[in-house]
Design a protein around this ligand. Structure first.
Ligand code: UDX
Length: 438
């Protein structure tokens, strides 16, 4: 009999996992505690922007393989394997992760589970969480097993990363749990996608270790950008040159405004907090520096803006190209672009924010900034433009067209993706981060 799956939590991770598991041919029920989200998903609409996801969702709702509910009883009754995909945000006032949604969803599910069911954690959690859930279920749902199966999907590539992952990692305690997960991922295992079987703590750590490595790589190149600024060197050429060494590799060496989003910043902080609890704080003190280097990119960009505008931000009009934490997403969580926008506004500048997809979410968080979805309109009378999120749209802008609407032709390329020569040729004063002489 084909396995039936439930997916608890329908954020970026859960909605994508549910739709993609249905795409693989499983019958899937997705659960969320927010009725409006469930209603939207059942009508074939994704509550956030993620390329390809809506098509996969609609295709599978149409076949009847995919439905959504708010009822834990219904989800537990329906499925044999339950994927926990709820959020683990940073706690307010602390670096640690807030696990209330993880424990809360397991508690809500437990009374309805059958003894042969498997609960599979996918959320990013502090090491030791799977063990705690196993202890909880041993009391509230005897016989139910736990496994940990971290997810590595990137926003903007969520469908592709779920259906074609670089690797699958499953932390299990019994051959039975491994067999079930091999069945779920059989089509990927057949295509030789690496399937790594580990214990609970290793599976939990793989995820935070991977994100810490990526964050470190970005902050490394941004630290080099600071040295380039001080010495007159060019960080883009430097990154290209070191990236040719295959031991280093050229990916995630994009210097600029640094990392943001719902994962990297909070994951490295939660990792430090957990290491502290485990008495291994010293091992991760470097992550504090990684975080600091990253945050310094934002204040440095504000300082550069002030410098480019002759030492005064008050009374100046600044147009931000980008509000989301990265392109091809509408996610503004911990967005470097918005942080800079707010700091500039606080310093007395009038800030107009343009973004192709993120203005609705941005306005919800920062209602006092001005927003526009038309690039030329956003740039009217600007004294300075800051290219803060590298949407393709900005690379395709004709600098000569933009010249007609701005007040002064000043631009900071905070993502190092614009063609400096063509902007300069159109008469612009362009300044790229980590490239003082470019
Ligand atoms: C990340 C991980 O990549 C993914 O594996 C994990 O599951 C969740 O966290 P995501 O948050 O979607 O995914 O974004 P990612 O593409 O990793 O980018 C993170 C941030 O780093 C963005 O703000 C991006 O602009 C920035 N970045 C990325 C750089 O500043 N330079 C780079 O070279 C690459």
């Amino acid at each position: 009999m084909t396995l039936r799956l439930s997916v608890i939590g329908t954020g970026y991770l859960g909605a994508t996992h549910a739709a993609c598991m249905a795409e693989l041919g499983f019958e899937v029920i997705g659960l969320d505690v927010v009725p409006e989200k469930v209603e939207l998903l059942n009508s074939g609409k994704v509550p956030f922007f993620e390329p390809e996801l809506e098509e996969v969702l609609q295709r599978n709702i149409a076949t009847g393989r995919l439905t959504f509910t708010t009822s834990f009883a219904e989800a537990a009754e329906f499925a044999d394997i339950h994927f926990i995909c709820v959020g683990t945000p940073q706690q307010s006032g602390s670096y640690a992760a807030d696990l209330s949604q993880v424990f809360g969803s397991v508690e809500s599910l437990a009374p309805y589970l059958s003894a042969t069911d498997l609960v599979v954690g996918k959320s990013t959690v502090p090491v030791g969480t799977a063990e705690k859930i196993a202890e909880m279920l041993a009391v509230s749902a005897p016989g139910v097993e736990v496994a940990w199966n971290p997810e590595f999907l990137r926003e903007g590539f969520a469908v592709q990363d779920t259906l074609e992952p670089d690797r699958l990692v499953v932390g299990v305690r019994s051959p039975g749990a491994e067999v079930k997960l091999r069945e779920v991922y059989a089509s990927m295992i057949e295509r030789n996608i690496p399937f790594l079987v580990t214990d609970f703590p290793t599976a939990e750590l793989v995820k935070v270790a991977a994100n810490s490595f990526l964050a470190t790589k970005i902050s490394f190149i941004n630290a080099m950008a600071e040295v380039c600024e001080a010495s007159g060197a060019d960080v883009v050429q430097l990154a290209e040159a070191i990236g040719h060494d295959t031991r280093i590799g050229n990916r995630f060496l994009g210097a600029g405004l640094g990392f943001g989003g719902g994962c990297l910043p909070k994951d490295i902080r939660a990792f430090m907090a957990r290491a502290g609890e485990l008495g291994a704080e010293e091992a991760l003190t470097f992550l504090r520096e990684v975080d600091q280097i990253n945050l310094r990119r934002r204040s440095h960009t504000v300082d550069l803006a002030r410098k480019e505008l002759g030492g005064e931000l008050r009374g100046k009009t600044i147009c931000m190209f980008g509000a989301t934490f990265k392109p091809d997403s509408d996610d503004v969580r911990d967005s470097p672009a918005l942080d800079v926008a707010v700091a500039l506004a606080n310093a007395g500048a009038t800030v107009v924010v343009h973004d192709p997809k993120g203005t609705v979410n941005a306005e919800r968080v920062y209602p006092t900034l001005t927003y526009s979805t038309d690039v030329l309109e956003a740039a009217i009378d600007a004294d300075l433009i800051i290219h803060a999120t590298e949407w393709m749209e900005y690379r395709e802008i004709d600098p000569a067209e933009l010249s007609k609407v701005v007040s002064q032709k000043n631009i900071i390329d905070a993502r190092n993706k614009l063609d400096v020569a063509s902007w300069r040729a159109a008469g612009w004063n362009i300044r790229a981060l980590g490239r003082p002489t470019a």
